[in-house]
Each structure stands twice: as structure tokens, then as C-alpha cells.
Design a protein around this ligand. Sequence first.
Ligand SMILES: NC(=O)c1ccc[n+]([C@@H]2O[C@H](COP(=O)([O-])OP(=O)(O)OC[C@H]3O[C@@H](n4cnc5c(N)ncnc54)[C@H](OP(=O)(O)O)[C@@H]3O)[C@@H](O)[C@H]2O)c1
Length: 470
Amino acid sequence: MITLHEEIAVQRSIKDCFRYVSDFRTVAEWDATALTSKKSTPGPIGLGTHFTVHCSVGPTKVRLEYEIVEYCPWASIVLVGKSRFFDVRDVITFTERGSQTHVSYTAEIQYHLGIGSFENQLESGMRDMGRKSLEGLKSALDNSPSPPKISDCTARADRWVAPGVAMFSKWGFRRSLAQRKPDSTFLDGRHVVLTGANSGLGLATSIALAEAGANLTLVIRNPAKQEELLQTLESETGRSDITIEIADLSLMADVSALSDRLLARGAPIDVLINNAGALFNDYALTREGLEQSFALLLASPSLLTHKLRPLLTNHSTPSRVINVVSGGMYTEKLVCDRLIMTPPSYHGAKAYARAKRALTVLSELWAEQWREDGIIVNAMHPGWADTPGVASALPTFRSITRRILRTSDEGADTIIWLAKAKEAGDLSGQLFLDREPRTPYLLSKTQEPAAQRAQLEAFIDAQIEGAAAH
Ligand SMILES: NC(=O)c1ccc[n+]([C@@H]2O[C@H](COP(=O)([O-])OP(=O)(O)OC[C@H]3O[C@@H](n4cnc5c(N)ncnc54)[C@H](OP(=O)(O)O)[C@@H]3O)[C@@H](O)[C@H]2O)c1
């Protein structure tokens, strides 16, 4: 048996250190050998939670099945991991000393028959890895990463267009894992308002932000889905203090009523996530007379964000607006007069892409206008994720690309990072994919003239006014 022991001291609360480490999914962020880690049992982290961890050990990949076998909140945790080649028992203890937390980590590694004779040769390598891992954990808990920049490799891929688009797939997400920095931020006491919270990316985001401790106000359209959402959140995260608001966001009257309710409640908003969306293959007008793609994907986030602005200003730290757009917008150029499509030329995917292009431009405009008010605004696109929305609106696309689609968690990852990560608060007016700022134009012909940017807000406002008068 090899016993490794390391200790670190960090300037973080004991509670934060315990929460971060006991969620062993984070091991992929700081351990020198771990490649991926997934929670494989439902429910909040605690005694009996299982994790599946893939590690690279020398030239081979090893799958470890971990279980939390002792769990003493804020004090200690013991995990037992089993693999084909070895078993490991990790004992991690947390002690408060002044303003610091000391983390002591002991790993007892027991090799299976046949490998035992190599133990001596393996030992020094294992010690090295143990040291590097704890350095990684210290850096994760110190939590002071610099803001991300686009890498040379990604910029090259975007210039060649096709490799840039290939990164929308799950391979793009996997590639990004190797470059990402740990995020050990929690959102305790932070108020997050999220639209489209009951399905796909919105549901994955709700769960992650509930786990991170955020005060959540979740906006959903269908009251019949409220109970199921609350039950899912409670069984996944243990949280039963989530606020639900009902609004059909394609109706400006509903958006206004929702905003009025939130304004009356008066709770400052730290993060607003405009996520609700759908691709409408068939042309239809809302009962307020707006074309539905334009209404839901553009007019709605515009009206909601403007109305909620008083709750987004005057925070001690900048508040964040996150607009969920789509890689589809790369195919379209902003032309205000073409934002509202009508039959016979109506085309759902085009109407969708135009609205998302306009929302990307709006994000840049708001970032400039609201910098002084302490509001940062970013757009993100999730790549291609296998969600109920994609299954219903794009069944052919889904059946062709099924094997390369991301999961909802993978698609939502950058939304969660933009809401949570410390360094994401240093950037505004950017478009992100996989936690990396990306060009908003893959094709130069889709760059809009300045006059179109200048007209955009007045154009949207005029349509919203028209809907109110309908
Ligand atoms: N999945 C992808 O590959 C992908 C790619 C690019 C961009 N996106 C964007 O990501 C966001 C989330 O999409 P998703 O893929 O997670 O789709 P999804 O599973 O269909 O989720 C969409 C959410 O929006 C809600 N919503 C739709 N219409 C609404 C309305 N009128 N009022 C209020 N809420 C409404 C839905 O509520 P109901 O459940 O009641 O319908 C649902 O909660 C969208 O903005 C989408 O455009 C997704």
C-alpha cells in the first residue's frame, strides 16, 4: 500500500472548502490525473453519493467508482474509490486556523494482485502527482483566475469557419475541458432570475445554480410544470426555497406583469439569464399581433431586461445579464427591416437566427451603455445540445447529429460559468462558447453596418409599443 499525505492552507471559509471538495465532480478541475468526474447517484451530495472519475495513469485511462463513506459537514469527508488496477481511500479533513482553512489530504492506495511488485517504482511518481494535485486544489480554492482570452488555436479554427463550427459539437466541449480553469465560486445570497427554467439548458442551469446556493427566481410558462420542477430541484439539490414565476414570455403584457411583480418584490437581481426560447417552424402571430419568433427571442428579453434594470443597478459588485443566443446566428446579418419575417417567405430557422443575431448585437450595445451603472452583459451560445427544444423543432437535424450533440449539462456549462465565475465578472460585451470569448462573425459578410446597430433598439421598442396598442 502507498500512503500519500499533503496539506494546504487557503484563505477561504471552511464551509466553502468543504462544499467544493466534497462535490467530487470538481476533482477534474484540480487533480493532476483526473480527466472527468460525474455524480452517478441522484440527490444532494452526502453520505453514499457516488462519482465516476476517469483518470489518466501513465499511458492508460482508468475508471474509478468513488463513494462517499463518511461525511461530517465542514469537518471531514472520506471517499473510497475502486478501479481495475487499484483501490484508494481518500481522507480529507478541514480545520479553521484564524482566517485560513487547512485542508489535510491522505490517500491510501492499494494495488491489486500483480501490480503490487511495481509499488516501489510507482511510489515516487504517485507522490509527485499527489503534490501537484494539492497545488491544483489550493489554486482552485484561492480562486483568482485571470479573465479568459480566445486561444490562438480557437481563433485559427474560427478563421477557417468549418473547424470553428465543428466545435459546436460535443467534441468542442471535450476539447475545452483541457484548457479550463477551476471555478470554486458559490452564489450564497445572490439573486438569480432565469427564464425557461423547466427544460433543457434552463433546467441544467437551475440545478447547478441551486447547488451553488443562489436565491433563484425561475420563470416558466406552464403552471402545470411548476410542481414537477420544484420536485426535481428538491430531489437533486435538497433546496425547497425556490421562487417560481409564471409568464408567457412571447406576450409583452406578460413580460410587463412579470417585471412589475419583481419590481414590487424589490429584491435586487445579481444575475438575469434570458434563456427561454424556441424555434418556430410555422409562422404565427401572438395574440398581441407580433410574429412569435421575434416576440419570444428578441422583444421579450429586451423588454424584460429594460424593465428590470432598476433591480440590476447599484450593487456592490456588478450585476450580470446573460443572453442565450445560438450559433445559428452566424448565418445571418442584422438588418432591422428583415427581423420580422412574413409568409410566404417566412422560414423558422432564419427568423430564429436573425433574432439571435440581433440579441447578440443588443448584448454589445447594453454592455457599452450600462458599463457606468455596474451592469455587465454577455451573450453565449451553447453549441448543439440535445434538449427537448431541439428534439421537437429540429427532428431531422437531431437524428443526423445525435451522436455528436452535447448533453444539456454541457450546453449549459457556459451559462453557469458566466453566472458564477469570478473572472467572468471582468468581461462585458462578449460572446462566449465553452467559457472562451469568440468572434461574433465567422463570415465577414454577416457584419452589420453601424446604421443598423444604431436603429436596432428603436426598431424593437416600436414593435413592443405596437403590441401594447393591439
Ligand atoms: N439546444 C441547443 O442546441 C441550442 C442551441 C442554440 C441555442 N439554444 C437556445 O438555448 C435556449 C434554451 O433552449 P433549449 O434547447 O434548452 O430548449 P427547451 O428544452 O425547449 O427549453 C426552452 C425553455 O424555454 C421555455 N419557453 C419557450 N417558449 C416560452 C414562452 N413563450 N414563455 C416562457 N417560456 C418559454 C420553455 O418552456 P416550455 O417547456 O413550457 O415550452 C423551456 O423552459 C433557447 O434560447 C435556445 O434558443 C439552444
